[in-house]
Design a binder for this molecule. Structure first.
Ligand code: BES
Ligand code: ZN
Length: 630
């Protein structure tokens, strides 16, 4: 038989295997692992069903002067179909040489046409028996995943800093790879940098600088490319427990260690809910303030914004969230970005369970209620019938970043909470444990999850099935009628105080003793605009909002300051917008400013100064809000 034909038959047989193994014609519920069904990732040029990358060996020089990473990426591949071409993802990469195998044999390669957001496919000629492909490349100084910070943008002010942000599809701007969350690889990396800087990765890390500036990392668990991460800077380490610790610049590290004192408790809570942590160590690095996200769940080493260092540990549920991704997301991973809710909705659910375990139900119900407000606010913005309010998204042809909204997080959370409330906690917890165990180190599609849910939890419980309204949650818009209700006693108390103040009571007289930042957030969110200048000043005098060190409270307060043109808070607004680059805060504040001509003018003035300090993820968003053309 000719070889090509043989391959075709092999592929055909493989694709029929599920049918054959379940008895061909009987349409029974599938017992096969549906998550293994390959839904094509619309955001990747890779063809992992033909050839798949299983390991990355990266040798990279980090050059701060050139703002460039010069790399050799050796990709170990499994050429499942004896293909002649390997398709990799790249964006803004300068690939100058590609070779095969240990012998470094030159091979032909080409870069396909540029597609917006996606970059260009790197197509490499391979042999049926090729096991290793070596890609020699340099990054572009403007690579979207990389932020090269000047010393002035760091806490220490003396040394430069570099960090990466690979999620969702930015890994390809610093490493040529199959940049799809449905593909996993182990990795090893050799990073060469200045001897006065420490390099850390989403891998086994050193806790001390190396005199020769050379660091070797090992990541023995297979991870998707969006979890590739690197930070280089003047970084110190403080241990928190036996397998936990915190990295940060020297002047920040003690504050960070104090803020995260509950980390061990969080780990214990997470493990007792969802079985042992599978990544050996869990550390957090607090990055300089331009980090565009609150947190990023890079395995073994969460990347975090310093804006959660409130001084009173009030914003650490963010760490619970990133830790929770060690189960939901990093262990069981959304197969492509349309299934984003499988990462984030589950993680918000786990985060609140962890916080409930260590702080009590009253506390986690405040988080849930704030989340509910975020969800309804986002759905209102998107439009109640927008497809972006479905849990299962359709992001093909768009920058995935655009559709990754609070919907995945909060509608996802409330859907899981509904299942929990229908099945009972004990059963649902057991179900989740089994789910994480069964699909550990694998990817999961929405249909895969739903069939697993059907088989392992709903079974023949017709009442439960009716109650869940699964299709409405997953493939329908808005918030289904079955959405669980959150009743927060704490917030009921806050609402009484809001009423009292709006009824004319003096701010100083309000009963606010013992309020956490969540109470304050709720208070500020419940205050209706417009508010007179006098009353804004009264609030500010009583509660010192303009000077608060709590970024969440400051953000909520500044929203009122903008919409009420309360100019006394403008210096604080400008300071906030020019001292951090977290998109979650930049987006609402610039949006609110842009609503009036004077506000827009002020926003542009501030932005002119601040934009060079923001990460591309953030300035791309703000450019659009301010219609910025430079
Ligand atoms: N994985 C996300 C961050 C992310 C999402 C990066 C999509 C790029 C694309 C992370 O786990 C996250 O959700 N961070 C939140 C904080 C969390 C407590 C909701 C953030 O950064 O605000
Ligand atoms: Zn998350």
């Amino acid at each position: 038989m000719n070889r090509k034909l043989k391959i075709h038959i092999a592929v055909l047989v493989a694709s029929l295997m599920p049918l054959i193994s379940t008895g061909c014609l009987t349409p029974e519920p599938p017992t096969v692992d549906k998550s293994m069904e390959n839904e094509k990732d619309p955001h990747s040029f890779a063809e992992p069903e033909k050839v798949v990358v299983t390991h990355l060996d990266l040798d990279a020089k980090v050059d701060f002067d050139k703002k460039q990473i010069a790399g050799l990426a050796t990709l170990r591949i499994d050429n499942k179909t004896k293909a002649q071409k390997l398709h990799l993802d790249t964006r803004d990469l300068n690939v100058y040489r590609v070779t095969l195998g240990k012998g470094d044999t030159e091979t032909k390669f080409s870069l396909g046409d540029e597609v917006e957001f996606m970059g260009r496919p790197l197509i490499v000629d391979i042999q049926p028996d090729t096991t290793e492909v070596n890609v020699y490349y340099n990054t572009n100084p403007a690579a979207a995943a990389l932020q090269w910070l000047e010393p002035a943008q760091t806490a220490g002010g003396k040394k430069p800093f570099l960090f990466t942000q690979s999620q969702a599809i930015l890994a390809r701007t610093w490493v040529p790879c199959q940049d799809s969350p449905g593909v996993r690889m182990t990795y090893r990396a050799t990073i060469r940098t200045r001897p006065d800087l420490l390099a850390v990765m989403s891998a086994k890390n050193s806790t001390q600088k190396n005199a020769d500036g050379l660091y070797v990392f090992e990541m023995p668990q297979p991870v998707p490319s969006y979890l590739l991460a690197l930070a280089v800077g003047d970084i110190d380490f403080r241990p928190l427990g036996d397998r936990t610790g915190v990295y940060a610049e020297p002047s920040v590290v003690d504050k960070a260690a104090n803020e995260f004192a509950d980390l061990e408790k969080m780990m214990a809570a997470a493990e007792s809910l969802y079985d042992p942590y599978r990544w050996e160590r869990y550390d957090v690095i607090v990055l300089p303030p331009s980090f565009p996200f609150g947190g990023m769940e890079n395995p073994r080493l969460t990347f975090a914004t310093p804006t959660i260092l409130a001084g009173d540990r009030s914003l650490v549920s963010l760490i619970a969230h990133e830790l929770a991704h060690s189960w939901s997301g990093n262990l069981v991973t959304n197969a492509n970005w349309n299934d984003f809710w499988l990462n984030e909705g589950f993680t918000v659910y786990l985060e609140r369970r962890i916080m409930e375990a260590i702080k009590g139900r009253d506390y986690s119900e405040m988080l849930a209620q704030l989340g509910h407000q975020d969800m309804t606010g986002t759905i209102e913005e998107l439009g109640a019938d927008s497809k972006d309010t479905h849990l299962h998204l359709d992001l093909a042809g768009r920058d995935p970043d655009e559709g990754m909204t609070d919907v995945a997080y909060e509608k996802g959370y409330f859907f899981l909470r509904l299942i929990e409330e229908s099945a009972g906690r004990e059963r649902f917890d057991a179900f989740l444990r089994k789910y994480f165990d069964t699909f550990a180190f694998k990817s999961m599609t929405t249909t895969g999850f739903l069939s697993y849910l059907q088989e392992h939890l709903i079974a023949d419980d017709g009442v439960m099935e009716q109650k869940l309204q699964i299709d409405k949650w997953i493939y329908g818009a808005g918030v289904p009628a079955s959405c669980p209700k959150v009743e927060s006693k704490e917030f009921a108390k806050v609402e009484e105080q809001v009423k009292a103040w709006q009824g004319g009571a003096a701010a100083k007289e309000l009963k606010t003793a013992g309020w956490t930042s969540h109470h304050w957030l709720h208070f500020l969110r419940k205050l209706d605009d417009p508010i007179s200048q006098e009353r804004m000043a009264e609030l500010d005098a009583a509660f010192k909002f303009s000077n608060t060190g709590n970024s969440e409270i400051l953000n909520a307060w500044l929203m009122h300051a903008i919409s009420n043109k309360y100019e006394l808070a403008y210096p604080s607004l400008e300071r906030f917008l020019t001292s951090m680059g977290r998109r979650k805060f930049l987006k609402p504040l610039y949006t609110e400013l842009a609503k009036t001509p004077e506000g827009l003018e002020m926003a542009r003035e501030i932005y002119r100064k601040a934009r060079p300090t923001y990460h591309s993820v953030s300035y791309n968003t703000v450019d659009e809000i301010l219609k910025w053309k430079g």
